[in-house]
Write a protein that binds this ligand. Structure first.
Ligand code: 5U1
Length: 679
């Protein structure tokens, strides 16, 4: 027996949770904390478990997942989900436009210019969501365009999919079929794959495969754990609502509560469309998700109808594709590179191939396990990818095309640079050279030591470090502090002024903070965050040097790998004498973090806030701003998203500033930033 009070409590909770979920996931403007939300949801689950008839199809509890299915049912699309013709250059798009103008003829003359929308083409999984009287009743994959698989339970787990339309300012349509793309954000994808690798499961090849695999789960509780997201961009059959244009449709979809991509340009002419393509290409590396082009659609729906469709694609839309990021080529050789920390990385030397306008002649193969897993051999034909500014990599080889001259690769037993024996660390795929005097490591280690996030020595760039090591003037970090100005001035391309400036910069770098110094040492698994944790725990180096691995791993937030790497580093007596030599040469290490009071930290205006730094700063360096922000408990990330609280914008800030403005994020200039920092 369900009392009226229980019925009301369930309905109130459903409404409130729906509203809070929309505010959190779509508007990025939550008004309650996660804990309160979770408690309300827990209560609703309790009520619905006791009274299943109260679990409506649009109840927020449906996002948790439903009982597993035995197979997927099929359903025909009311209107086929077409694909798109592709264009690859401005001429293709101009030809598309000219065709439209010609076909529309007189109809167009009445309105003047033909207008378009330009939309990022998301590299995800196309889906259709069916809403009857405002409630999500079915979701399907695109399938072959005519029939798809029913994946309603899985789609319900995606937080940004409304389970019920928000119709406060629009009439409720009797039927609304909405089309869009399910994606996985790049950072979430990396995390998802890392978890899979840690569990011994095979990683997904790319975010699209991960999204498709997640939607094809018969158990929606598994899908619920996957970081799926969605953007919608179109409709199928509709009853009870009419749209006049693509831009009108997008506006209504937004008002119904759907996530519509922020970078869509509406009602623009051909010239702006071509500019929008270039802008989108520039924006692409900063986006949190993968896109492979821009979809251009005639805006006016009456014009779309007049232009009509072909069997597989509409005449009123075209995909302006980005240059391909994968190509096939041949592996000519596999060589070994020795990194800063002594890791031996196999690298494929390729028959040079142009990918997206860049000539690619080498690709990382990561490690021996990866080579074995992908069965990569010298002389194999290979599929190579270059996505954004990521290092090119070999996706796969084609064993069926082998000719017999392929050679199986074996990792060397000695370092190709210094010839000393290499070793494989337990639980790690990497093989390492452990000779600290190895020339390859020395150059890289010194570059890291003096880099922006390390000792930040101005004027000691890559070329000069290589030159100094090769001239025998730098045999260890300590030699940096005793570099002689006259000897420096006599070097090729140096001169007296540069030598004097360099010596000045080195002198300035002799006063260094402990976290910077720890980071600069280049200890395995010890990045900026770990270095800060250590500096918060130990007043100075002596305590840290004496700490055992157990003590270090008991520090809250410290990983076991870092703990053992740090103890391993300080167990090497050459490293201890190196530090003493540096101190003798005038190095002074200070530590403000040890005295930091956590109580005052949480009071800081930037505590727990996420900031992005962009552009050239005049009064201080970006690395310095970042260091200060981390010290007050802020998070500093590389790309702007809805989760960003502030953007610190310096001179010539570009796409990040544009994106932050579009998202309505608070933009700070240097003066405001310093004021807020309390300086
Ligand atoms: N943004 C967007 N992506 N996308 C993909 N719009 C869009 N439209 C599509 C497809 C396949 O097709 C319709 C134009 C038919």
């Amino acid at each position: 027996m369900i009392t009226d009070a229980i019925r009301k409590e369930a309905r109130d909770l459903q409404e409130k949770l729906t509203d809070h979920s929309y505010r959190y996931h779509v508007l990025d403007d939550p008004v309650i904390d996660d804990e309160t939300y979770d408690l309300m949801l827990k209560r609703l689950v309790e009520i619905e478990d006791l009274h299943p008839e109260l679990s409506t199809p649009d109840s927020p509890t449906r996002r948790i997942g439903a009982p597993p299915l035995s197979d997927f049912k099929s359903a025909a699309h009311s209107i086929p989900m077409l694909s798109l013709d592709n264009g690859f250059n401005d001429e293709d798009i101009t030809a598309f436009h000219d065709r439209n103008v010609k076909t529309l003829g007189d109809q167009l003359r009445e309105v003047g210019k033909l207008l378009y929308t330009a939309e990022p083409k998301l590299d995800g999984v196309a889906v259709e969501l069916t809403y009857e009287n405002g409630v999500l009743v079915m979701a399907t994959t695109r399938g072959d365009g005519r029939t798809g698989e029913v994946i309603t339970d899985n789609i319900r787990t995606i937080d940004r999919v409304p389970l019920r339309l928000r119709t406060s300012d629009l009439p409720m349509p009797e039927l609304l079929e909405v089309r869009g793309e399910v994606i996985i954000n790049s950072d979430d994808f990396i995390r998802l794959n890392q978890t899979r690798i840690n569990r011994g499961e095979p990683p997904f090849a790319n975010p699209r495969n991960a999204a498709a695999g997640s939607l094809r789960q018969l158990d929606s509780k598994i899908t619920a754990k996957r970081p799926l997201d969605i953007f919608v961009y179109g409709t199928g059959l509709c009853r009870g609502i009419e749209f006049t244009s693509q831009s009108h449709m997008l506006e209504c979809l937004e008002r119904f509560g759907f996530p519509v991509n922020l970078h869509i340009q509406r009602t623009i002419g051909l010239k702006e469309v071509l500019e929008a393509y270039k802008d989108l290409q520039t924006l692409r590396p900063d986006l949190d998700y993968e896109i492979d082009g821009m979809v251009i659609k005639v805006d006016d729906l009456a014009f779309q109808q007049a232009l009509g469709e072909k069997i597989k694609s509409p005449r009123w839309a075209i995909a302006y594709k980005f240059p391909a990021t994968t190509k096939t080529t041949r592996i000519n050789e596999i060589i070994i590179q020795v990194g800063r920390t002594g890791t031996l990385t196999p690298v494929a030397l390729l028959e040079p191939v142009s990918i997206g306008g860049v000539t690619v002649s080498r690709a990382t193969l990561h490690n021996a396990d990866e080579i074995e897993r992908k069965d990569i051999r010298v002389h194999d034909k290979a599929l190579v990818t270059r996505a954004g500014d990521v290092i090119p990599k070999v996706v796969k080889v084609f064993p069926s095309e082998r000719k017999g001259d392929e050679i199986v690769f074996r990792m060397p037993e000695t370092c190709p640079v210094c010839d000393s024996h290499v070793r494989k660390l337990e639980d790690e795929a990497a093989v390492k050279c452990i000779n600290a005097a190895c020339q390859a490591q020395l150059k890289e280690r010194i570059r890291h030591f003096v880099s922006k996030k390390g000792l930040d020595v101005d004027g000691l760039g890559k070329k000069i470090v290589v030159q100094l090591v090769e001239e025998g003037m730098l045999k260890s970090f300590a030699d940096i502090f005793t570099l002689d100005e006259t000897a420096l001035a006599s070097l090729d391309r140096m001169g007296e002024k540069s030598a004097a400036n360099l010596v000045k910069a080195i002198d300035a770098a002799k006063n260094v903070s402990l976290p910077r110094f720890i980071f600069a040492l280049g200890i395995d698994h010890t990045g900026e965050n770990a270095a800060r944790l250590l500096a918060k725990t130990f007043p100075g180096l002596p305590g840290l040097m004496d700490a055992d691995s157990l003590t270090l791993s008991s520090i809250h937030g410290m990983g076991e790998k870092t703990a053992s790497a740090v103890t391993r580093f300080f167990a090497v007596k050459e490293n201890i004498s190196l530090i003493h030599d540096m101190e003798k040469a005038g190095l002074k290490i200070t530590n403000d973090l040890y005295n930091e009071k956590p109580k005052t930290l949480s009071d800081h205006v930037f505590f727990n806030k996420t900031l992005v730094l962009t552009g050239t700063l005049e009064q201080f360096k970006r690395a310095e701003a970042k260091e200060r922000l981390l010290a007050v408990g802020a998070k500093v990330t590389g790309s702007v998203s809805k989760k960003t609280d502030y953007l610190l914008a310096g001179r010539d800030a570009g796409s990040k500033l544009k994106k932050a403005q579009a998202l309505g994020i608070v933009i700070l200039d240097e003066t405001r930033f310093l004021e807020m920092m309390g300086e």
